[in-house]
Design a protein around this ligand. Structure first.
Ligand code: C2E
Ligand code: CA
Ligand code: CA
Length: 787
């Protein structure tokens, strides 16, 4: 399986990834901003370039034009001033020379001959009207005038050349194609301006009227371009630099963060290590505490882990609750909250025998528990069981109990308050084993009187009334007494197999002799042997059923008055080899197990087959079939009967049901009704045996046609006056209820005579015939018919 990375590692990894994404985004944004700036700057540069390339707005050109103009103006005024000075100084020289000379003509001649360009001397008779330019006249002795001036044209020309040359050399580097030229003589100036410039086809042309020159030039685009490219590449380099700085800054930031997380990770790991140890301790303490006290200790030193601890504990508790719920279902009896058989076994397996101590196994059975269920319903029965369980617990633990045992029993059950010490101190178990059976195991001294202890349990259990509280305000239950029997067994005295002791105690209570007023029975070797024998017998019976070893004998039923056979009772026999075994040897055992159902079905089948044979022979005998309680409680019984009675007039069949069944079982009425619906006869068997409540006869729900008075009343009726009276009364009652009376166990004529005198309807007994095989029965029937 792939190992899971820790939350810490995962978070650090995530943080670093997110941080990297963050820094990258920041770097991109930074570079983007810088790039925008760069773009702006480049745009500005280009704008500037365009401006400059456009001469009209090029400040260099404006400057240059101004410079040139100034230069030309200055040059021109210098030209004028210097010409004047030149003339003035020549005049002064000429004047002095002429007037200081004795020979005026020679002097004049000298002056003219030595005149140097651009000064011109000319002799006039008066003032020359033509020429207006700065000129001086000197009066000569002969009355004539010496005109002193300069050769303006020539002078100007010379100066212009110098000026043009100078201008060409002086011009600004931002200009190109610079040229300065003389203007043609016929050129006409615009508006008589002395200076103006015209811009056309990227060429600038300025005109100067003073100098009569024009200057031509254009902007030097290559230089501008160069500077633009240079500026651009400078900007680009700057942009790259900025971007690199930003990236480096981001990288550096990221690196710092990375180093920081590295450091922190180490720290947190150490912290976790410490905390985990602490947490483990705390948790272990908690769990131990929880197991012991079922409570959570909130004393956590590490605040950070408190929530986590609670979460974990909640989780653990949930699991425990679930676990304990499952355990509860598996180990606890759901009605009483006591232990069940499984947990008893588990506990016993852990038992260590102690010196001088033995275990006393007490198996308790509540008498007639079914009757409570059938009278008040199952829930009521459950409440009794719960209360009895609690009462046994308080007996075992010596807990003083107030009057409201019922509430207390609920409290104990609902809050899991039942506790048992399984090993260390005194061993004890209390469990409900089945419907109304409890098992109480206590550790006692080996020399105790076990019977006395068991008896004391039994006494304490039945001494107090049972009071069940009702949920319904309108119903209240009267307190009542219960009865209970105990079978006990001592480990290891009675058996060295500890688990076997439970069964032994059960056997003790189920023991054949466990009848009558006796309520406490100890396990004996004989009981064990009997049980062994019973088990063997059960196996034999099973085989017997398979091998068809069971057959029916028939005991005739005779009309008391006429002495005629009117029917017969089918009684089962077991032909085991050459031995014929009577039902008292096996019916009881079959009833304990479910064998009676299988055997009973077989009997019904055999009986009905016999009846069909009789009918075929033209006989009209009513056949009685015995049904035992277990058979009747089996839901298939009606089907079985219906299936087998095909072809038989229902009035020729009768079923004998014991009185105890009709009284003890809630379901009896339903079953009896169903049998009655088949229109067969119904007989209450063994009336008076065990239960002597005559009022049952009167029960309208138990719709019997026949009542069979138990043979224990009949057999010795001739010697027992009390029974005589009783039978007389019973027969009378049966008559008054319009039912037929049958006496069984009629062994002599005396008894028969007595019964006849009472007006009893039918009888059965050895006096007339023992139960006999079918063949003999039929002979008797034929013989009987002849008489
Ligand atoms: P039960 O139903 O009360 O049957 C009558 C028993 O009394 C029979 O014993 C019968 O042989 C015996 N008996 C009849 N007349 C006399 C008499 O004059 N004196 C004496 N001392 N006894 C007499 P059996 O056949 O041994 O049956 C014993 C019990 O076994 C029956 O008592 C019945 O409870 C049970 N049983 C017998 N056959 C069946 C059967 O087919 N199905 C079921 N479920 N139970 C059966
Ligand atoms: Ca019978
Ligand atoms: Ca009987």
């Amino acid at each position: 399986m792939k190992e899971r990375t820790s939350i810490l590692e995962e978070s650090v990894k995530n943080i670093l990834i997110y941080a990297m994404i963050f820094f990258i985004i920041m770097a991109i944004i930074g570079v983007f901003v810088v790039k925008n700036n760069y773009n702006d700057e480049i745009a500005q540069l280009e704008e500037k370039y365009k401006e400059q390339i456009n001469l009209s707005s090029n400040k260099y050109i404006q400057e240059e034009i101004d410079n040139i103009k100034k230069y030309l103006d200055d040059g021109f005024s210098y030209l004028e001033n210097s010409a004047k000075e030149f003339i003035d100084s020549n005049y002064n020289f000429a004047y002095n020379y002429y007037h200081s000379s004795n020979n005026k003509d020679e002097a004049l001649d000298f002056l003219i001959k030595n005149t140097k360009y651009p000064i011109k001397y000319k002799i006039y008779n008066g003032i020359d009207p033509e020429y207006q330019y700065y000129t001086k006249y000197m009066e000569l002795d002969n009355g004539k005038m010496l005109k002193i001036n300069i050769d303006e044209q020539k002078y100007k020309e010379t100066q212009r050349k110098v000026a043009l040359e100078n201008i060409k050399n002086l011009h600004n580097i931002h200009l190109s194609n610079f040229d300065a030229k003389e203007i043609d003589d016929d050129f006409t100036f615009l508006d008589n301006e002395s200076w103006y410039c015209v811009y056309e086809n990227n060429i600038y042309t300025c005109y100067d009227k003073n100098w009569w020159i024009k200057i031509e030039f254009s902007a030097k685009t290559s230089a501008l371009e160069d500077s633009l490219i240079k500026a651009k590449s400078d900007r680009f380099l700057f942009f790259i630099k900025q971007s690199i700085y930003i990236s480096i800054a981001m990288l550096f930031g990221y690196l710092l963060l990375y180093l920081y997380t590295l450091k922190k990770r180490k720290e947190v790991k150490e912290q976790i290590e410490i905390a985990t140890n602490h947490f483990d301790d705390a948790l272990n303490t908690q769990i131990a505490n929880f197991n012991k006290l079922k409570s959570i200790n909130t004393d956590f030193t590490y605040k950070e882990f408190r929530t986590l601890s609670y979460a974990l504990l909640r989780f653990i508790r949930k699991i425990k609750a679930k676990d304990s719920h499952l355990k509860k279902q598996a180990y606890i009896d759901n009605i009483t909250g006591l232990m069940n058989m499984v947990s008893v076994y588990e506990s016993l397996k852990l038992y260590n025998k102690k010196q001088g101590k033995v275990l006393l196994f007490c198996f308790l059975n509540i008498a007639s528990f079914r009757a409570y269920n059938s009278m008040y319903g199952r829930n009521f029965g459950d409440e009794i069981l719960k209360l009895v369980g609690f009462r046994l617990y308080s007996i075992m633990k010596n807990i003083p109990v107030n009057d409201d045992e019922h509430t207390e029993s609920n409290r104990y059950k609902n809050n899991d308050k039942y506790l048992f010490i399984q090993n260390n101190e005194t061993f004890e178990c209390l469990a409900r084993i089945s419907a109304d059976e409890f098992l109480l195991v206590t550790e006692v001294n080996e020399n105790e009187d076990f019977y006395k202890i068991a008896k004391s349990y039994q006494q304490k259990l039945i001494s107090k009334n049972i009071k069940i509280n009702s949920n319904d305000e309108n119903i209240s239950y009267e307190p009542f007494k219960i009865n209970a029997r105990i079978g006990y067994c001592v480990y290891p005295n009675d058996s060295d197999n500890i688990l076997e002791c439970i069964g032994n105690a059960d056997l003790a209570i189920e023991n054949d002799k466990a009848t009558g007023d006796n309520v406490v029975f100890g396990y004996t070797k004989e009981i064990g042997e009997q049980n062994e024998a019973d088990l063997k017998l059960q196996q034999d019976i099973r085989n017997g059923i398979v091998n068809k070893e069971f057959l029916l004998y028939y005991q005739p039923k005779v009309d008391c008055q006429s002495g005629k056979i009117i029917g017969a009772e089918a009684l089962v026999r077991w032909q085991k080899g050459d031995k014929l075994i009577f039902p008292d040897q096996f019916i009881g055992l079959c009833e304990k197990s479910n064998l009676i159902i299988t055997l009973g079905n077989e009997i019904i089948k055999m009986a009905c087959d016999a009846q069909r044979r009789w009918i075929q022979q033209g006989l009209k005998l009513k056949l009685s079939i015995n049904l035992s309680t277990k058979q009747l409680l089996n839901e298939n019984i009606i089907n079985t009967i219906e299936k087998n009675m095909q072809g038989i007039d229902p009035s020729l069949l009768e079923f004998e049901i014991t009185e105890s069944f009709s009284i003890e079982n809630a379901a009896s009425k339903g079953i009896i009704d169903k049998i009655k619906k088949l229109n067969v006869g119904l007989s209450m068997d063994d009336f008076g045996k065990g239960y002597s409540s005559l009022s049952y006869l009167n029960n309208k729900d138990l719709d019997f046609d026949v009542v069979k008075i138990d043979k224990c009343f009949i057999q010795n009726i001739d010697k027992n006056e009390r029974n005589k009276k009783l039978v007389a009364f019973i027969v009378k009652m049966i008559k008054s209820l319009n039912k037929r009376s049958v006496a069984e166990g009629v062994e002599n004529e005396e008894i028969l005579t007595f019964l006849q005198s009472l007006g009893c309807d039918e009888y059965q007994g050895y006096y007339f015939s023992k139960p006999v095989p079918e063949k003999i029965l039929l002979e008797r029937v034929y013989n009987n018919a002849k008489n």
